[in-house]
Design a protein around this ligand. Structure first.
Ligand code: S3P
Length: 428
């Protein structure tokens, strides 16, 4: 599908962005492993979360799907059943990596596969710690999906120091460690999103966060509960930046998850000169939430991104690159090797696309160097089948002179099925 977008004159209104993707995946996994019935209120029905749901159903979990609510019958830590066929993770790295931790602890073999994009993404990073716990992993060319897992019910605890900050690897190890007698520790170079830790704690697991080190004691059963999923900051971010960059804008994004391990974009934008208000702050289900209010006409300045903060805005870097084209001076975004192995190579995709629109942007091995402000012009750009590239380029198109075509635009359904409608609704 190709979408054609015209520039905007103003952006106005309020929206409830879609439910958080990371939280929805985790709520399905934890509900399936819990004892008793859990309710997931306001789950994200984007394609990625449906992949997780289908995989857990194939592993024996029964789920009643109502409008705005999934009711999950937990089978307990030992209730997972052999699916008898390979599991399809679709486009979802979160599904494949997190479920690997669960399957490592089962007494059967499973195979995990994914779409073309997922089949190119590195999976040794989960195989390594789970192998050292005692599971057997076979990967295509030693690195990629399909993954063949031979699990075991006698996993051993490990003390793992991971070279990259990855919430997916961390979560896989924590889910495996649930099944293991003794204490497992996991350390990362900087703190990645900590939803799994918070949700395990609220499920009654003995788990402790000490900075970038997490300790978990198993084996531990999980309490069933009601999970209420707030809006996804990563989805809100598109309209936040669109609002900032517009000449005239007044946008309110309601009920957004504001977990500090996710909102790293906010202090960066503020440092660049943006004015963003956070309203109605509260805590829901162990996670901070609030509304974000943004007005247009921001005058931004470039900056150098500190590597240590990257995990807290890992999914927002493409969007930050768009903002940087409109900021005065140089913006230096480095330490971004991980972006090369997301749904697509996001550094290459953004450099190619933004250059076509007239931006001054240079791609280096681990990042992007951008000089601004540059007026953008319409062009034909490509999402490369990556939802966040499609939406970042939509934001760029709003600032451009003339129309922009975005190829392969339907992939927004991965995380934000209503994105094009919400955009239409806000556009003046
Ligand atoms: C996610 C973690 C991040 C992020 C992805 C979702 C998660 O990946 O990019 O979109 O839900 O755990 P890494 O932690 O592997 O960087």
């Amino acid at each position: 599908v190709k979408i054609s977008l015209s520039p905007l004159s103003s952006l106005k209104g309020q929206i409830r962005v879609p439910p958080d993707k990371s939280l929805t995946h985790r709520a399905v996994f934890l509900s399936a492993l819990a004892d008793g019935i859990s309710v997931i209120k306001n789950p994200l029905t984007g394609e990625d979360c449906l992949s997780t749901l289908r995989c857990m159903e194939a592993l024996g979990t029964s789920v009643e799907k109502k409008e705005g609510e999934w009711i999950v019958k937990g089978r307990g830590l030992h209730g997972i059943r052999n699916p008898g066929a390979s599991l399809d993770c679709g486009n979802s790295g979160t599904t494949m990596r997190l479920i690997s931790g669960i399957l490592a602890a089962q007494d059967f073999d499973t195979e995990l596969r994914g779409d073309e994009s997922l089949s190119r993404r590195p999976m040794e990073r989960v195989a390594l710690p789970l192998r050292s716990m005692g599971a057997t992993f076979r990967l295509h060319e030693g690195k990629y999906p399909p993954i063949h897992i031979r699990g075991t019910t006698s996993l051993k605890p490990i003390h793992w120091k991971n070279p990259v900050a990855s919430a997916q690897v961390k979560s896989a190890v924590l889910l495996a460690a649930l099944h293991v007698e003794g204490e497992t520790t996991y350390e990362e170079p900087s703190l990645s999103r900590d939803h799994t830790e918070r949700m395990l704690a609220s499920s009654g697991v003995s788990i402790l966060q000490e900075g970038t080190l997490t300790r978990i004691k198993g084996p531990s059963s999980l309490k069933s509960q009601t999970w209420e999923i707030p809006g996804d900051f990563s989805s809100a971010a598109f309209f936040l930046v669109a609002g900032l960059l517009a000449q005239k804008a007044d946008v309110l994004l309601q009920d957004v998850n504001l977990n500090p391990t996710r909102t790293g974009l906010l202090p960066i934008l503020k440092k660049m000169g943006a004015r963003i208000e956070v309203l109605n702050q509260s805590v829901k289900g162990g996670e901070p939430v609030g509304d974000l209010h943004v007005k247009g006409g921001a005058r931004l300045n470039g900056l150098s991104l500190d590597k240590a903060v990257v995990p807290a805005l890992i999914d927002e870097i493409p969007l930050l690159a768009v903002a940087a084209t409109q900021a005065k001076g140089a913006t230096v975004l480095r330490g971004l090797d991980e972006l090369r192995v997301k749904e697509t190579d996001r550094l290459k995709a953004m450099a190619e696309n933004l250059r076509k629109m007239g931006a001054r942007i240079e791609e280096v091995d681990d990042g992007l160097l951008i000089t601004g402000p540059t007026p953008l012009h319409g062009a034909c750009v490509d999402s490369f089948q990556d939802h966040r590239i499609a939406m970042s380029m939509a934001v760029a198109s709003l600032m451009a002179r003339g129309n922009t075509d975005i190829l392969n635009a339907s992939c927004v359904a991965i995380s934000y099925p209503d994105f094009w409608d919400h955009l239409k609704g806000l556009k003046g």
